[in-house]
Design a protein around this ligand. Sequence first.
Ligand SMILES: [Zn+2]
Length: 326
Amino acid sequence: MSDEQYAGVDLGGTTITAGIATADGRLVASRTIPTDASGGPDVVLGRITLLIESLAAETGAKTRALGVGLPGLVDVVNGEARFLPNLTTQWRGVPVAATLSAQLRCPVWCINDARAAALGELTYGHGRDARTMAFYTLGTGIGGGVAIEGKLLLGKLGAAGELGHMTILPDGPRCGCGNRGCLETLASGPAIAGEGMRLLRSGLAPELHRLTDGNADRITPRTMADAAAAGDVLVREVMVRAAGFLGIGVANIVTALHPDLIVLGGGVAGIGPLLFDEVRRVVADRVRMFPTDGVRIEPSALGEAAGLLGAVALAARSLRGDFSRV
Ligand SMILES: [Zn+2]
């Protein structure tokens, strides 16, 4: 048993995933439980403490530090949640790091969950051999993170890298953030599935109807990709359109940063080649100021574990003083 073990938590609106890992990002224990967000911050933080204690007991080693990814605006310096819109009471000014640190008796650091996923990819995934990287989490919402010369870009409020809220369509749909036409309104899981439901109900997606037994609630970007592969031309058109919007967002980031690497993570990235081929095509088409053949556009090497491993990376790197951010 190594005593070099670190804990990570990926807190979501409906589930908490926690894990214990070695400093090189090998998970030795992990578990997912319901958040029970309605109980408020004290209940949720208590559940996190019990979960970490039980996982640590299973591994038999002491947890040296904990990193926590939170779904919203996070004060990274003071370890406080500033605004978590998807959790009951919205957690304004909740001292997450201080509370968990007192309960678990180890140092605790907090970061936004999408930035955590980017840090995970940077530390343990494709980012290991990249200097400048942008990471997209494509799921219920679209989050992101940017690393410049190996350092995570956080900005004053830890909010730099909100790649899902760049305007892509000036008069597009209203976004949860208040703006119109954000990438999130056009290429998130619900945005894509919503178009699928519309086609299904209009009788324009026979393969999607077959794959879901006509149940619109069972439509996901993944089932839509399967329907497109099976011959649903209009479903394919919807997916390519969403991928094209994502491609515009990625092309703008490539033009601004000339990164070595773009990583597309989250459930929507599971669409696969249909998505990646179109994003690569749009980037090659729209970035005209320099050659883009050196810009890799890849699925996450860590998959669903990126956020959890990013929280572990935050703990391990912060403790040894090499978490450098800009
Ligand atoms: Zn937005």
